[in-house]
Write a protein that binds this ligand. Structure first.
Ligand code: 3IO
Length: 342
């Protein structure tokens, strides 16, 4: 009896074990597998936000969705993510809007110097603009979230203490931000962030125009020891999904992703704003970088010289029936609402 009882409980124990090991994986096997392509290295903020989004979606769908992430252009590069996601080579992709001049007549407005002082405020304002207009330019995609970099500054090999020091210096930027450089006397060279390390190394460019997070995440502090604060335009980003991949998702999964859109924009902005501080502190500590303030008169000149770019954007936007003045005033309302500098 005693032996039989023991055997019985051992049997039940083993059965329980078998059930646990055989059925748990099949119960929790993902029903939906998605690929997510990103162009810059894994440490940079577009990829950090990608991992956060992946974790949240997997958690909120209780494992029903599994996302395979591809940082560092391992699936699609900076300039072919747009087409790659459209054709289904990846389900999801992260794009920098400035890499596609003329393709996004509405959202490119965020490449203009609009006075945002943080990534959080610009990201929320961009998201609101997109939600309100649901622009044609993204009609082939489901837009999952949007965000922006922090305001752009000059990171250079030689010190830029005034606009005079910028004359003829080749600097990397993209899209309208390249035009901003041109308007203040520098020589812009347009290329994606992912191509910048090689261009700096080879001396094709002598610095870049972007936000300070890359001093640490791309190790640009090592080669660009001088950082001149201009706090001008941000770079807008969009996370896009292939339309038929989206259409094939169960409704509850669609809801999880839709609900995450604005929250993810804000999360990314906050992460970025904090990370810019961390990156500057790290760069001072590790490489003794010098932070330079532009003379007030030069800051004024930057403002004046970049004003025509706003009109250029309006003219372009009008070609696709976008009321540029109305859009700019909506964004200004958002800026006052969200930006700490008001
Ligand atoms: C950016 C792009 C990729 C990785 C990190 C980054 N930090 C700021 C930007 C914005 C930018 O310069 C760009 O090319 O989109």
């Amino acid at each position: 009896m005693i032996k039989g009882k023991r055997f019985g409980s051992l049997f039940l124990f083993l059965l329980g074990f078998a059930v646990l090991f055989c059925s748990v994986p099949s119960l929790h096997a993902a029903e939906v597998n998605l690929s997510y392509a990103n162009f810059p290295p894994a440490k940079t903020f577009p990829c950090v936000q990608m991992e956060r989004w992946k974790q949240e979606v997997e958690k909120r769908t209780s494992g029903k969705v599994q996302i395979q992430t591809y940082p560092g252009s391992t699936l699609l590069g900076a300039k072919n993510t747009l087409r790659g996601v459209m054709q289904g080579q990846a389900d999801i992709g992260c794009i920098s809007i400035a890499y596609h001049p003329g393709v996004f007549p509405l959202c490119s407005v965020f490449e203009l110097p609009l006075g945002f002082t943080t990534s959080t405020s610009a990201s929320l304002a961009l998201w609101d603009l997109f939600q309100k207009h649901q622009p044609q330019e993204f009609k082939k995609f489901k837009v999952l979230t949007m965000f922006t970099s922090a305001p752009s500054n000059l990171m250079t090999k030689t010190p830029v203490r005034s606009l005079g020091d910028l004359k003829g210096i080749e600097l990397r930027a993209s899209g309208i931000l390249s035009k901003i450089l041109d308007s203040i006397g520098a020589t812009p060279v347009s290329m994606p962030m992912s191509e910048t390390p090689e261009a700096l190394q080879k001396g094709v460019v002598k610095g870049l125009f972007s936000s300070f997070d890359v001093l640490k995440d791309m190790n640009f502090a090592e080669i660009c020891r001088y950082e001149t604060v201009t706090n001008t335009a941000v770079y807008p980003f969009a996370v896009i999904m292939n339309k038929s991949s989206w259409d094939g998702l169960p409704d509850d999964v669609k809801k999880v992703m839709t609900d995450l859109g604005r929250e993810q924009a804000e999360w990314t902005g906050k992460y970025m704003d904090q990370h810019v501080e961390d990156s500057l502190a790290w760069s001072k500590e590790k490489y003794g970088i010098e932070l330079i303030t532009m003379p007030e008169a030069d800051m004024q000149t930057i403002k004046e010289n970049t004003m025509p770019l706003i009109n250029d954007w309006k003219t372009k936007a009008a070609e696709t029936s976008i009321d540029g003045d109305a859009v700019l005033s909506e964004i200004e309302t958002s800026r006052v609402k969200y930006d700490p500098a008001k």
